[in-house]
Design a protein around this ligand. Structure first.
Ligand code: AMP
Length: 427
């Protein structure tokens, strides 16, 4: 299938060609024609599948086919995203694909001054990409009117619900005209998503490109059973010994992200933390440094990392396992993208064994274990579904390494004398 067979305009085909895309991805091939027909769509697609172009290209084309409205231009396309990062990414995509078209787009999200956003909106804009909170602020202050919206996109709807946006979403939908096109994208289909889809969508075309709750086949997954106190050292070792250039590390809390980033910096690894308490400037900077290779590791919480578009990320590490099994699929979806091979490593403390069990139940298979971690062996067996209490005295390393100073791990050459090539040795 070629882009030219999808019925897209010359200006859009030119923008696509300038991006170097040769063929449409499966979600694009399926979604573009039905969106062009004006149908509602329920799409099961993760980040990395090309879903953004899958809805942006046909929506731009639909705008192109309509008469240019009077000034100031009303908002005709509203795209809601869960995070600022995703809002920025989608906004950039709209600009990229629409660069040969005369439309205006704005990104609206919190954490930055509201005034420039107000000024831009007052000039009139065709397309708004927004996170729910700031959008509602602007509406309440009467700077934004959604009564002319013709196309509504809910991107990463599952994450929106996880983040507690359901009431905001309902309030926003109540402000839209009832006659409109609705597109709902979600990586997973929890029952709440089906309920939301039923409320919002009108006779939708259902499209699923990734198997439901399936992990990408191109990602090799491994589990290291390891006591929490050794996780940092093992991670440093894996990065240094494997000469990893780019690794996204997931942690559970913002505080944990900051702490791990500080520790890795002491180990000589260039890294930054990305989480919701960072200023917008710091988040953008961290992401840019990670994308351009000036830092090796990005330590992120789930919410901050959601939807990050980082091409062909080779390594993802679950420093902490996610509390919700579906998040594991999202996390490892950052790697092995667009057919590239990726590696997803989970460092699992016995207390997290029940979380691992839930993930494996969801995946319907066991993730291979690395038996010989170089650290005291731990059992990841669960006897019930509750958190397993940690033994009062964690196992101490069986023996001491010859050269195992803290932080040493990252600096070791890959072929330095190590009895166990797969992992660091205990201190
Ligand atoms: P998304 O899933 O929308 O976040 O897109 C993931 C990545 O795929 C982005 O970096 C896009 O630039 C890229 N992409 C989108 N469509 C195509 C295509 N047809 N061919 C190659 N890359 C694409």
């Amino acid at each position: 299938m070629l882009f030219s067979e999808l019925g897209l305009s010359e200006q859009l085909l030119k923008a696509v060609a300038e991006q170097g895309y040769e063929t449409p991805t499966p979600i694009q091939a399926q979604a573009i024609p039905v969106i062009l027909q004006g149908r509602d769509v329920l799409a099961g697609a993760q980040t990395g599948t090309g879903k953004t172009a899958g809805f942006t290209l046909p929506l731009l084309q639909l705008l192109q086919g309509q008469p240019v409205p009077q000034k100031p231009r009303p908002v005709r396309v509203l795209i809601l995203t869960p995070t600022r990062e995703l809002a920025m990414q989608v906004y950039e995509s709209v600009r990229t694909y629409g660069k040969h078209l005369p439309f205006f787009a704005e990104a609206i999200f919190g954490g930055v001054s509201i005034n420039p956003q107000i000024q831009k909106i007052q000039r009139g804009t065709d397309i708004v990409v927004a996170t729910p909170g700031r959008l509602l602020d602007l509406i309440q202050q009467q700077h934004l009117d959604l009564s002319k919206v013709e196309h509504f996109v809910l991107d990463e709807a599952d994450r929106m619900l996880d983040m507690g946006f359901i009431r905001d979403i309902r309030r926003i939908i109540a402000l839209l005209p009832s006659k409109r096109q609705n597109l709902l994208f979600s990586a997973t289909y929890a029952p709440e998503i089906s309920a939301l889809a039923e409320q919002i969508l009108n006779d939708p075309v259902e499209i699923a490109v990734a198997k439901r709750n399936a992990a990408a086949d191109t990602v090799s997954q491994l589990v290291y059973g390891i006591n929490r106190e050794y996780k940092r050292e093992l991670l440093s070792y894996l990065i240094g010994n494997g000469h990893w250039q780019q690794v996204l590390v997931f942690v559970r809390t913002k505080h944990g992200a900051d702490r791990l980033a500080k520790q890795l910096i002491k180990d000589g690894i260039r890294c930054a933390a990305l989480h919701g308490d960072k200023s917008q400037g710091a988040r953008v900077r961290a992401l840019e440094e990670f994308k351009n290779g000036s830092i090796t590791a990005l330590i992120a919480t789930d919410i901050a990392a959601r939807g990050l578009d980082i091409d062909q990320l080779p390594h993802v590490v679950n420093f902490d396992l996610p509390q919700v099994a579906e998040d594991y699929v999202h996390r490892i979806g950052r790697t092995g993208r667009a057919g590239a091979e990726g590696q997803a490593i989970s460092l699992v403390d016995p207390e997290e064994a029940y979380l691992l069990a839930a993930i494996e139940k969801l995946l319907k298979r066991q993730i291979p274990r690395v038996d010989d971690t170089g650290y005291p062996n731990v059992s990841l067996a669960v006897t019930n579904s509750k958190p397993q209490p940690k033994p009062a005295q964690p196992n101490k390393p069986a023996r001491r390494p010859q050269n195992g100073r803290p932080g040493e791990a990252a600096k070791r050459a890959p072929n330095s004398r190590k009895p166990r090539p797969q992992a660091a040795k205990p201190r």
